[in-house]
Design a binder for this molecule. Structure first.
Ligand code: GLU
Length: 489
């Protein structure tokens, strides 16, 4: 094993088969963090050798996801390395060259069978209740390979393999795990099994971080390493990410979201990185909030857990709020303005209004989507338009009828008219002594409703500061008039 913390070369090697979800990004993050921790190299390699499964646009999506999270790669699809392109479909001659060396060693041969013949072998094995292994049908003599047939590995030694996994410790599997796997398909493309081994070797990858579902195939990989005569890298098998009920791996069907949807919802990249790092890894202390720099400094392969990790949405929200609290008011304002909700509060016409709401919104939300919902629900309409509401809403629950609020609202008008400085603290100093004398709910409830027209809104002082003195007095007068006219009808 390479001693810990020598510069590591890691890679994230997605197949471009659709959007990236949490699982893929977590793998990328761990590979990135370890490379950074050790002052090494992080590679993004595109494994596009299964042309049938490829989804157009996936590469751009992968790049955009990593870019959003700040997982900058040293080599990638648009940054070739000294070893050439990081896109497998652009590396076919390299796999051919490695395949030729195996043929020359007598360790690879063209598959002579038709699909029907293979089906026959499979059916016979099933009838006899034994596992189907291609190597049981290996031809006695190998014909020359003309590239039109699949090229198979001749497993160099049928034996039990025992190997080390940095997370799982010693692992072992018997010879039944070995078979004459396909190396190059009839279409000329290599299989994943073959290509990733060639590439990891060519690219100098020291640590393979990937989902632990690949453990079952590792003996097959080891037989390919042995056939090629190349040393094993360090295997780092990452625990699965589970659904809430812990019964199954979280998959697209269980609501695993496109990672970029989190961006749309307003999760900060640093919060997402912090959250994903804690999904299957822990620092060995109680610390949960990490900046990116702190993560790079703390990340240690030996603290990657074996057990599956459950995605905890509440934890993500909490972390996002913590990371939001580090934004300056100006940055928080820009963050809010990224909302795509069509609301006048976000328009230039109200460019002076939103800043005064920043402290309140900061307190009220953990993620921008909560602000979006509040905007759509009309919670911030008070800031841009005169509220319309039913007079009954002014009724404080302890009052006998809505008319009881009238003298209090009139008193508030008197008090507030005298205000010279229109700030949060100053307004509290004017209103609170009166509210404490008469009853807080009795005063603050009708005040808040008169200003917002809603049962739910920011506190009355925020409302007053946001809309200003003239609008405040105007809305209070309107409320008085409403109650007055009600009282007379
Ligand atoms: N292309 C494989 C996948 O997307 C990568 C596995 C690996 O990292 O070796 O699952």
């Amino acid at each position: 094993m390479t001693p810990n913390n020598l510069p590591a070369v890691t890679r994230f090697a997605p197949s471009p088969t659709g959007f990236m979800h949490i699982g893929g990004v977590r793998t990328a993050l761990f590979a990135y963090l370890y490379a950074k921790r050790t002052g090494g190299i992080f590679i993004l390699r595109i494994e596009d050798t299964d042309k049938e499964r490829e989804v157009l646009g996936s590469i751009d999506h992968i790049k955009a996801s990593l870019e959003w999270l700040g997982l900058t790669y040293d080599f990638g699809p648009d940054k070739p390395g000294p070893w050439g392109s990081a896109i497998q479909s652009e590396r076919l001659p390299i796999y051919q060259r490695y395949a030729q060396t195996l043929i020359e060693k007598g360790l690879a041969y063209p598959d002579p069978y038709t699909p029907e013949e293979v089906e026959g072998f499979r059916a016979a094995a099933a009838a006899e209740k034994r596992p189907f292994l291609f190597r049981d049908h290996r031809p006695a003599t190998f014909s020359a390979w003309d590239g039109t047939r699949p090229l198979r590995l001749k497993v160099p030694e049928i034996k039990r393999y025992t190997w080390q996994d940095a997370v799982r410790g010693e692992l072992t599997a018997g010879p039944e795990a070995l078979d004459d796997v396909v190396l190059i398909k009839a279409d000329g493309y290599p299989t994943y099994n073959f290509a990733h081994i060639v590439d990891d070797h060519e690219m100098g990858v020291t640590h393979i971080m990937r989902a632990d579902e690949f453990i079952a195939s590792t003996p097959k990989f080891l037989s390919i390493y042995d056939a090629l005569g190349i040393p094993y890298p360090i295997f780092v098998s990452l625990p699965p990410i589970l659904r809430d009920d812990r019964t199954k791996k979280l998959g697209k069907r269980d609501g695993a979201k496109d990672i970029l949807d989190y961006r749309t919802e307003g999760y900060l990249p640093d919060a997402m990185v912090n959250f994903l790092a804690m999904t299957g890894w822990n620092p060995g202390t109680d610390q949960e909030f990490f900046t990116r720099e702190e993560l790079v400094a703390a990340f240690d392969i030996h603290r990657i857990q074996r057990a599956g990790a459950v995605v905890n949405d509440d934890k993500l929200l909490w972390l996002n709020k913590q990371h939001l609290s580090r934004l300056s008011d100006n940055d928080f304002l820009s963050y809010l303005l990224e909302s795509t909700v069509d609301h006048p509060l976000l328009s230039v016409a109200h460019a002076d209004t939103l800043p005064s709401l920043v402290p309140t919104i900061r307190e009220r939300i953990s993620v921008r989507s909560e602000f979006d919902t509040a905007l759509m629900d009309g919670e911030y309409d008070f800031a841009v338009t005169q509220p319309t509401y039913d007079t009954a809403l002014l009724l404080w629950k302890k009052d006998p009828d809505v008319a009881a609020a009238l003298p209090r609202l009139e008193r508030l008008v008197q008090l507030l008219t005298q205000a010279t400085v229109w700030g949060n603290e100053e307004l509290k100093a004017i209103v609170m002594p009166y509210a404490e004398e008469v009853g807080k709910g009795e005063v603050l409830w009708p005040l808040r409703v008169a200003l917002s027209g809603r049962a739910q809104s920011p506190d009355p002082f925020t409302l007053m500061v946001t809309i200003g003195k003239a609008a405040t007095l105007d809305r209070l007068a309107t409320a008085c008039a409403k109650i007055g006219s009600n009282a007379t009808t």
